[in-house]
Structure formats: structure tokens, C-alpha cells
Design a protein around this ligand. Structure first.
Ligand SMILES: NC(=O)c1ccc[n+]([C@@H]2O[C@H](COP(=O)([O-])OP(=O)(O)OC[C@H]3O[C@@H](n4cnc5c(N)ncnc54)[C@H](O)[C@@H]3O)[C@@H](O)[C@H]2O)c1
Length: 327
């Protein structure tokens, strides 16, 4: 029994790969390494290649006895997806379609898929629930929703069952500071806070301080990447035991503002975070945080790490790895 982990050399994938292996499951990682790092995979079985290469996927499934999949592989830059939509439809949607076809040929029927809170767009209410209106505001989000729908249909008409995990804002690094995010390739807030705090950027740009939130800055749900990784194990266990498809938010259930992140960083690191307020970015919702009750009740999963844990782990990782895994 082996878990195929697509995109397992990336930020969330590598941390999840390590955790899955620690539970005694065998894994094989498939990644192009376009945005991932071989070093992040460690000594896990690894195949360099594309999810769209059906022949390769079939070969990997047969050789490694794959019976379940965690599917991270995708492009994830919202801005780039608006400038180059076909790159995103091709890699994320067509690539996933090819992957699912190959899995079906090999009789692999359990898939855990990385979706995103971006499918809600500007939520109609917070905390946002899985059944709330979906309103993609980027090509990136739309590609994720298209894959969710594809899996939904497979679940209805075939024996392929899936857990769709809608991640909120993944953040932080492993406790031992060996795996984390690369601020050169990330558009997420915390790597940019760390870059400014450590003096690798003149200031942190805060996009808008006039939102209808308590301090005027945008509010999001930051989930520690190790808590997020645990949710995948819970999802694999659930799928194996129940055989039922489900879509779950993965967040803490709490909103944290940009200003609160800055304050927490100053508290945890003892350093000033140089920042400047600039205009809002188009399409940025004021608030987006999860109602995480479904995943809690269904999988028994809850986050264990605090905002301080996120900041401390990110600070330790970025201090020692200013060039990510190239450091
Ligand atoms: N980081 C977040 O906060 C966040 C939030 C919501 C959803 N997600 C989703 O989670 C997943 C993992 O995100 P991440 O932050 O680890 O991203 P990442 O870019 O670090 O990892 C993605 C990995 O997929 C690989 N890849 C891309 N296309 C591939 C293909 N066609 N075949 C094989 N490998 C391919 C890349 O080389 C990379 O290693 C993505 O699907 C992303 O959309 C991330």
C-alpha cells in the first residue's frame, strides 16, 4: 500500500510527505521540480515527471503498488493565472484530468485533493461554510473549482472517491526548521513579513487599512502547515474507512488581521517590522475565515498550533534559509 503524492517536493507537499511517512505509510512523490526541490523530499521514493504524463503515472502506480493519492501538484499564483490563463487551465485542469484517467486505469480510487478557500471569492458571510456560495474571482480559483467538480462527477459515476480540502492560508515551517516556504516564489503574507523583518526587503506593503474590520486591515485564517499536513492523514484514514466523498474547509476558524500578524511578529521575534500602507488590491475581500466544524466533526481534526507557533517557525526557517532550499 503506497500513497502517490503529486507535488510532494513543494511547500505543503514536502511537509505532508514527511508526516505521512512518519505514520508508517509507504509513499512515492511525483513532481516536475519546476517549483519544488528534490532536497525537500529527503530520502522518500521520488519520480521526476508530470501528472499529465499518463504513461508515467500508470507505470509509477504499478511499480509502487499505489492505492491512494494526495494531489498537490498545481500552479498557484493568482496574479499569473489572470495574465496567462491557459497555462493554469492546462497544468491544473487538463493535468488533473490526465492524472485521474491514469489512476482509474490502475484501479486507484482514493484521492485527497488540495483546493482553496479562493473558491468562495468574497464570502457572503464569515465564518464561511462549505455549502456557502462559490464565487471564483481568479482563473486560479476557477481551475480548483473545475477539479473539485470533476472529482464530484467521478464520485457519482465511478468508484473513485475523494476528499476535497479547501485550505485557508497555509503558513509556518516545520518545527526543526528543515522545511518551509521560499519567499522568492510566495505571494503569501507571512514570508513577506519575515523578509521585511530580516532586512531582505525595505518594507512590508500592507494593502489597505480602510477595510470594514476592527483595525482596517484584511482578515484571514492562518493555518500552520503542520496542522494542515495532519488533515491529509485524517482525510486518507477517513476515505479508507468510509469510502464516502466529502469537501471540507481546513482552517482554524479564527480571523487574524495583517496588523495582528505584524504585532505578533514583533512580539515573538523582538524585532520591528518595517511596513507601509498602500492601496487595496482589486478583489481582496475584507475578511475570509473558515467555519471548521465539518472537518472537526467528521475527521476529529483540530488545529494544535497557535499563531505564535506559526510566526516562530517561519522566523526560524527564513533566518536560516533566506534562499529557501537553495540556501
Ligand atoms: N500555499 C497555500 O497557502 C495554498 C492555499 C490553498 C491551496 N493551495 C494548494 O496546495 C497545493 C500545494 O501548494 P504549495 O504552496 O505547496 O505549492 P508549491 O508550488 O510549493 O508546490 C506545488 C508543487 O507541484 C509541482 N507541480 C506543479 N505542476 C506539476 C505537474 N504538472 N506535475 C507534477 N508536479 C507539478 C511543483 O513543482 C511544486 O513542487 C497547490 O495545489 C496549491 O494550489 C495552497
Amino acid at each position: 500500500m503506497t500513497v502517490l503524492i503529486t507535488g510532494g517536493a513543494g511547500y505543503i507537499g514536502s511537509i505532508t510527505t514527511r508526516l505521512i511517512r512518519s505514520t508508517g505509510r509507504a509513499v512515492v512523490v511525483l513532481d516536475t521540480l519546476e517549483n519544488g526541490h528534490k532536497a525537500a523530499v529527503g530520502d522518500a521514493p521520488f519520480v521526476q515527471g508530470d501528472i499529465a504524463d499518463s504513461q508515467l503515472v500508470e507505470q509509477v502506480c504499478k511499480e509502487h503498488g499505489v492505492d491512494e493519492v494526495v494531489h498537490f501538484a498545481a500552479y498557484k499564483a493568482v496574479g499569473e493565472s489572470m495574465e496567462n490563463p491557459s497555462k493554469y487551465f492546462q497544468n491544473n485542469v487538463t493535468g488533473s484530468q490526465k492524472l485521474f484517467e491514469a489512476l482509474q486505469k490502475c484501479g486507484v480510487n482514493r484521492v485527497v485533493f488540495s483546493s482553496t478557500a479562493a473558491v468562495y471569492g468574497t464570502p457572503t458571510r464569515v465564518p464561511v461554510r462549505e455549502s456557502d456560495t462559490l464565487n471564483c474571482e481568479s482563473v486560479y480559483a476557477e481551475t480548483k473549482l473545475m477539479i473539485e467538480k470533476t472529482l464530484g462527477w467521478y464520485s457519482k459515476v465511478s468508484s473513485m472517491k475523494s476528499v476535497v480540502l479547501r485550505y485557508f492560508n497555509a503558513a509556518g515551517a516545520t518545527e526543526d526548521s528543515t522545511l518551509g516556504e521560499d519567499w522568492r516564489h510566495s505571494q503569501n503574507l507571512i514570508p513577506h513579513v519575515m523578509k521585511a523583518t530580516l532586512g531582505h526587503a525595505p518594507t512590508l506593503k500592507v494593502f489597505g487599512d480602510d477595510f470594514p474590520t476592527p483595525d482596517g486591515t484584511g482578515v484571514r485564517d492562518y493555518i500552520h502547515v503542520e496542522d494542515l499536513a495532519r488533515a491529509h492523514i485524517a482525510a486518507l484514514d477517513y476515505l479508507k474507512a468510509s469510502g464516502e466523498s466529502i469537501t471540507c474547509n481546513v482552517g482554524t476558524g479564527f480571523g487574524t488581521s495583517v496588523m495582528q500578524i505584524i504585532e505578533a511578529t514583533e512580539r515573538v521575534t523582538g524585532k520591528k517590522v518595517p511596513f507601509e500602507i498602500v492601496g487595496r488590491r482589486a478583489g481582496d475581500p475584507a475578511e475570509c475565515y473558515a467555519d471548521a466544524s465539518l472537518i472537526h466533526h467528521t475527521f476529529g481534526w483540530s488545529p494544535e498550533k497557535s499563531l505564535e507557533d506559526i510566526i516562530a517557525s517561519a522566523y526560524a526557517w527564513h533566518s536560516s534559509h533566506p534562499l529557501g532550499h537553495d540556501s
